[in-house]
Ligand binder design. Structure first.
Ligand code: MG
Length: 398
């Protein structure tokens, strides 16, 4: 039987094309036909201007944006004579998000990714979501914006892509729980005493996935999994008690959905973000992507263990944030980001990160909501300031 031609989106924009997810996205776009198949509207980056310019030329992008105004001139020179428009800063990111792409990869890390992703969602683009803050900090606002815009939200985080693939829309009411898998990171078997002395260089070495620095450190502390628990709540409309985390060191099962009849559906694959990216780009079809295939005979076994929340308090803090609701996700996220920077700069120890987040969450535990973007940004700013205060006190005491 003749297969119908898959219905891939036509006009694409990649917000954050030079980072870890962004470069994988560009690779997937090329594997699926590149500029012959897709019309690339905008690409955005930050400091890696040579790569951004190279991507924009190769894909024939209409617009290239650097988020850093200081890099505007360099980008302009790199693209002189190509006919590719150039912009920079916050207004440049807004312009990129506003262009008429029907598929937008949201891969700008951190809070700066929030505004452009909301703009793209508002005008009804289908959003491939790699940025975590949109859901962790601004879940209520973001989900409402996507619904109002009328686009489809397709998660790109490997765990949420797995759940999205395992969720049967007709049986949503019979989902008992979801099971997020976690590799356990490089310190899975470490004692708290061993963790106390680690540096950022040791913490960034992930056993299975190659990722950006924030996700690597978050994987070591399990704050990445904490953010993913909160993401899952908003993406799949779950209660806190329906979100389970299990350590699975091989990272082959990317996550699972358990139904009320005892059935559990899992999504498996080699740890390579390009599979989740391709799924988001080709959904509801599938494309052909050159990634390593699973070889079950070689694999031989899959291991699981319950996470130890006394060694990885991030999981307990995520559950607290889920139960408290409101702006606690934004507070957890902002405190975590502040603590992460202080750790990478060598100003605090590895275990201090969770202590800081917990202190800040308790201090801003006043039942405030996060119904508007202003609520979210106010909670975010206050949490960062409190986290800075706590870090300063820790440094003075040390
Ligand atoms: Mg993940």
């Amino acid at each position: 039987m003749q297969q119908p031609e898959p219905t891939f989106p036509h006009r694409l924009t990649v917000l954050g094309s030079t980072g870890s997810i962004g470069t994988s996205t560009v690779d997937v776009i090329n594997q699926l036909g590149g500029r012959d198949r897709f019309e690339v509207m905008a690409l955005t980056g930050a400091g890696n201007i040579a790569l951004l310019a190279e991507q924009a030329r190769a894909l024939g992008a209409k617009l290239a944006v650097t988020s850093q105004d200081d890099n505007y001139q360099e980008l302009r020179e790199a693209l002189a004579g190509t006919g590719i428009d150039v912009a920079s800063g916050r207004s440049g990111l807004r312009e990129a998000a506003s262009m008429s792409a029907d598929w937008v990869m949201a891969a700008i890390a951190g809070t700066p990714g929030l505004e452009p992703t909301l703009i793209a969602a508002q005008r009804g683009a289908n959003i491939a979501l790699a940025n975590k803050e949109c859901l962790v900090s601004a879940g209520d606002v973001f989900i409402r914006t996507v619904a109002e815009g009328g686009g489809t939200l397709i998660p790109v985080d490997s765990e949420h892509s797995a759940i999205f693939q395992c969720l049967e829309p007709a049986n949503k009411a019979n989902v008992e729980r979801i099971v997020l898998t976690a590799s356990g990171g490089p310190f899975r078997t470490f004692t708290r005493e061993q963790m106390a002395g680690v540096t950022a260089d040791i913490a960034r070495a992930h056993p299975n996935w190659s990722m950006g620095l924030k996700v690597s450190i978050g994987s070591a502390s399990m704050f990445n999994k904490a953010l993913e628990m909160i993401e899952a709540k908003y993406l799949f409309d779950l209660r806190p008690d329906q979100i389970e985390v299990i350590i699975h060191p091989q990272s082959i099962i990317h996550s699972m959905v358990a139904y009320t009849d005892g059935s559990v559906i899992a999504q498996l694959g080699c740890p390579d973000m390009r599979t989740a990216i391709a799924y988001a780009l080709t959904y509801p079809s599938r494309g052909e992507i050159d990634v390593e295939r699973l070889d079950f005979a070689k694999l031989a076994r899959l291991d699981f263990e319950a996470p130890d929340e006394s060694r990885f308090p991030a999981l307990r803090l995520a559950r607290t944030a889920l139960e408290r609701g409101g702006a606690q996700g934004a507070v957890l996220n902002a405190a975590d980001e502040t603590a992460f920077h202080a750790f990478v700069e060598g100003r605090i120890g590895f275990l201090d990160m969770a202590d800081i987040v917990e202190t800040v969450m308790d201090r801003i535990n006043d039942g405030r909501s996060a119904e508007t973007i202003e609520d979210v940004l106010a909670a975010d700013a206050q949490a960062r300031q409190y986290a800075d205060d706590v870090i300063q006190r820790m440094q003075q005491a040390a």
